[in-house]
Ligand binder design. Structure first.
Ligand SMILES: [Zn+2]
Ligand SMILES: [Zn+2]
Length: 230
């Protein structure tokens, strides 16, 4: 009943205040068709494991990974996508989650991933209290509704760390994230996991999540994010 009311409220709000394109202001959607069309997609040549664009003699982020099998993402963290993710993450724009989930589903439909379970990257409880929501959980829930895939939000983040919005800083910091996450549910024997997050930077956080999931028995851990920093 409450969720129905919530839906009706949302529809009424959308009717009264239709979403506007975060990039150009056009009415109708959070990112209009024109801005989405020109959003920076991830296109070959990229590393097949960490999807880092292959340019010059730049070295891959995935050489540091120990547990994460593969990363996939439809967009680079630039332009309209970057603006929209920042609104989603830092300015309470939770309402954009279903829109982002449709972009993820569209990406999966052309690049299928073999998986049994969606697992969102968790926030530390202090960060969760500050923000009031976990954007990755919202994404995973909406993606679960669209794909019918099961969701398990049983990863816990044990260490509080500053938000990584700047890729260069994140790369320089390259903190040791081993043991940062623990899995607090039944064993995952043989399960194929798809980790969900909004943005991947170096993949170090995703790799630390993957390590906890593999310790719990997962056979493969891949990650899907909306965007990837390069
Ligand atoms: Zn636009
Ligand atoms: Zn790579």
């Amino acid at each position: 009943m409450l969720t129905h009311l919530g839906k009706i409220n949302r529809m009424a709000l959308d009717f009264l205040f239709p979403p506007r394109c975060i990039n150009c202001g056009q009415e109708g959607n959070y990112i209009c068709a024109d801005c989405l069309q020109t959003a920076p997609c991830i296109k070959p040549p990229v590393c097949p494991v960490c999807i880092l664009p292959i340019t010059g003699n730049r070295r891959c982020d995935c050489r540091f990974w120990q547990s994460l099998d593969r990363l996939s993402a439809p967009y680079l963290f630039q332009g309209a996508i970057r603006k929209a993710v920042i609104e989603f993450k830092f300015h309470n724009l939770r309402a954009i989650a279903p829109f982002f989930a449709r972009l993820l589903e569209r990406h999966l439909s052309t690049r299928p991933v073999s998986c049994d379970l969606l697992v969102p990257v968790p926030l530390h409880k202090k960060r969760f209290r500050q923000r009031g929501y976990n954007q990755s959980l919202l994404l995973a829930k909406e993606l679960g509704k669209l794909t019918g895939l099961r969701l398990a939000a049983n990863l816990t983040r044990n260490r509080y760390s500053p938000s990584q919005v700047d890729s260069e800083n994140a790369r320089q910091r390259r903190v040791n994230v081993t043991g940062v996450f623990t899995w607090s549910s039944q064993t995952l024997t043989g399960e194929k996991i798809l980790l969900i997050d909004d943005v991947a930077t170096t993949g170090a956080t995703l790799d630390a999540c993957a390590s906890a999931l593999k310790k719990a028995g997962a056979s493969t851990v891949q990650a899907l994010t909306l965007a990837r920093e390069n």
